[in-house]
Design a protein around this ligand. Structure first.
Ligand SMILES: Nc1ncnc2c1ncn2[C@@H]1O[C@H](COP(=O)(O)OS(=O)(=O)O)[C@@H](OP(=O)(O)O)[C@H]1O
Ligand SMILES: [Mg+2]
Ligand SMILES: [Mg+2]
Ligand SMILES: [Mg+2]
Length: 277
């Protein structure tokens, strides 16, 4: 960002961009994970275009390691874990300078279920001036909880829906209109939108389109589940994160902190007919 040369590449389709940041971050995450856990299945958004021979090593976090590992995550072999990496979520917004929409997502799946997640917001606080502490990390494990977030309880009766700003279409809008929102907020990034729901700025993240991928939802879903929320497709069906699944979330995405079924019940028939799980 400070070099003022993002190296934007159009991957084709609707606002489907890549920058030097996407590839650099993915290389770093992949290399540091595989240096420590060579048998891990790591699937990243930018895999196809990458020379995968980067060299990196991550440190470990004492605060994290002091916590008790939930039984479902203990005694796993590396091969049983699939790590879904979105090195930059909200790339379109990154290129437009909407830096608070940008996150880095690392999701852990076991037996096809999202169980662990990291959402890093590299530009958190950037509007507070050069002295501000830039960036934050939210992480969670189902059965343990999630850390690094703050929730402001919304007023009763409010229904703020948050959705895409760069990948909208007729079906996306029809679904939102059918839910009698008190307000529709349009922002970039699946990680960003899930965080807004967790922290109480929005009541549901609703995206009735097959455009969002497994690396967009694995980390947010795990963190939501860790705090008692939910993320499913528009039919209310769980998303499958096995290593050999197709990448798109063909059934769309709905995420809530509470009252998930209430939102699912408002999905109109035309949306159900057009989005197959
Ligand atoms: N139609 C379509 N084509 C290609 N990619 C798509 C599409 N819809 C959503 N996405 C990807 O989903 C990520 C979040 O995008 P959005 O904020 O626009 O939408 S949403 O979160 O899915 O509501 C974002 O991920 P990143 O590529 O990591 O930025 C989008 O690229
Ligand atoms: Mg992308
Ligand atoms: Mg993404
Ligand atoms: Mg991305």
């Amino acid at each position: 960002m400070s070099s003022r040369d993002l190296g934007i590449v159009d991957k084709g389709g609707q606002k489907n961009l890549q920058t030097k940041a996407d590839t650099a971050v993915e290389k770093l995450i992949r290399a540091s994970l595989l240096a420590e856990f060579p048998q891990l299945n790591v699937i990243g958004e930018e895999d196809e275009k990458l020379d995968l021979t980067a060299d990196a090593k991550a440190g470990s976090d004492d605060q994290v390691l002091r916590m008790a590992c939930p039984p479902a995550c203990a005694n796993l072999s590396q091969e049983e874990i699939v790590v879904w990496v979105d090195p930059l979520d909200g790339t379109a917004e990154f290129t437009e300078g909407l830096l608070d929409h940008v996150t880095i997502l690392i999701g852990l799946a076991v037996n096809g279920e999202a169980v662990g997640g990291v959402i890093n917001q590299p530009f958190y606080n950037y509007q507070s001036g050069p002295q501000a502490n830039l960036g934050r990390t939210i992480w969670g494990l189902v059965g343990l909880g999630a850390f690094g977030w703050n929730r402001a309880e919304p007023p009763v009766g409010r229904r703020i829906l948050i959705t895409t700003r760069s990948h909208s279409n007729e079906l996306v809008n029809l679904c939102l209109d059918s839910m009698s929102p008190t307000h529709v907020e349009r922002q970039g990034g699946a990680g960003n939108k899930a965080l807004r729901v967790i922290e109480g700025e929005a009541d549901a993240y609703v995206f009735a389109s097959p455009g969002c991928k497994k690396w967009d939802t694995c980390a947010p879903e795990a963190i939501l589940r860790a705090v008692g929320g939910n993320l499913t497709d528009v039919h209310g069906k769980k998303i499958n994160y096995h290593k050999d699944v197709k990448f798109p979330n063909t059934g769309g995405v709905i995420a809530t902190y509470r009252d998930h079924q209430t939102i699912i019940d408002l999905v109109p028939q035309k949306v159900r007919d057009n989005l197959v799980s």
